[in-house]
Design a protein around this ligand. Structure first.
Ligand code: ATP
Length: 241
């Protein structure tokens, strides 16, 4: 149901040995929502995302669509419809766009070839540029195209929650806008998004709600539009632009 909680973190903490990188965070992504986590370098954004995907051990609670996931593992999260696009867009460089996409849908192989092709058509509808270049090797794509391919590949698994780790990293401003426009368009597919970004302005422009993370803690949260006009956010994260 739209608006009901899809991902819920409660008192969520993550440590690397003796060092706590994420401290008692509570965060919700509702169905159909785009939620962003912004904050400076080292604030714990990637740690939060990786632990939410089950890649790092965490303390606290994680609920998915209301169901408690006591010790989530990556395979559980995938099976429950969660996908992560990591900061390093791990593509298969020596394979074509098309083959990279087909690999993304691999966990759905039971649904058959036809479903895969249909899903690929849906991905191409979102990223027409990938369709034009479908036979091109991933290693020869531009930074923006790679990011689109990484997102497209994650979409092949038909996730209900897509987690994106800094999709704007290393991209020129114009390409950042293009990629985030795509994130905006994911609403139409009914995919909910948890977007981690250092580019606060771009993230706040596409998100419904935002959490500001500093030194592992949520220091501010609210509707993205309000944060875009919040004095503290403007002074700290949005600069003079
Ligand atoms: P960035 O935008 O630079 O990636 P971030 O907000 O994503 O920053 P994290 O990468 O989550 O921050 O890092 C949070 C803290 O945890 C940092 O102090 C970092 O040095 C530390 N950290 C991250 N990964 C590890 C690790 N594998 N082992 C030990 N400490 C780590």
């Amino acid at each position: 149901t739209p608006g009901s909680p899809l991902l819920q973190l409660t008192d969520f903490s993550v440590s690397y040995g003796p060092v706590e990188a994420v401290h008692q965070i509570s965060l919700t992504v509702n169905q159909g929502e785009i939620v962003t986590v912004i904050g400076p370098n080292g604030a714990g954004k990637s740690t939060l995302l990786n632990a939410s995907m089950g890649m790092l051990a965490a303390s606290g609670q994680l609920h998915l669509a209301g169901q408690p996931m006591p010790h989530p593992r990556v395979e559980d999260m995938v099976a429950h419809g969660v996908a992560l696009v990591p900061e390093k867009r791990e593509l298969f460089g020596e394979m074509s766009i098309e083959d990279n996409l087909l690999l993304g849908g691999f966990s759905r192989w039971r649904r058959g070839q036809r479903d895969q092709r249909q899903r690929m058509q849906e991905v191409f509808a979102i990223f027409p540029r990938l369709q034009e270049r479908r036979s091109q090797l991933a290693s020869t794509l531009s930074g923006g195209e790679r990011q689109m391919l990484a997102i497209g590949r994650a979409l092949m698994a038909r996730p209900r929650l897509l987690m994106l780790d800094e999709p704007s990293l290393g991209l020129a401003p114009r390409i950042v806008r293009e990629v985030l426009q795509v994130v905006w368009n994911l609403r139409r597919l009914g995919v909910s998004v948890l977007l981690v970004e250092q580019n606060a302005r771009a993230a706040l422009q596409v998100a419904d709600r935002a959490y500001v993370l500093e030194m592992g803690e949520v220091v501010l949260t609210g509707p993205a539009r309000e944060l875009l006009h919040d004095r503290r956010i403007i002074d700290t994260y949005l600069g003079l632009g």
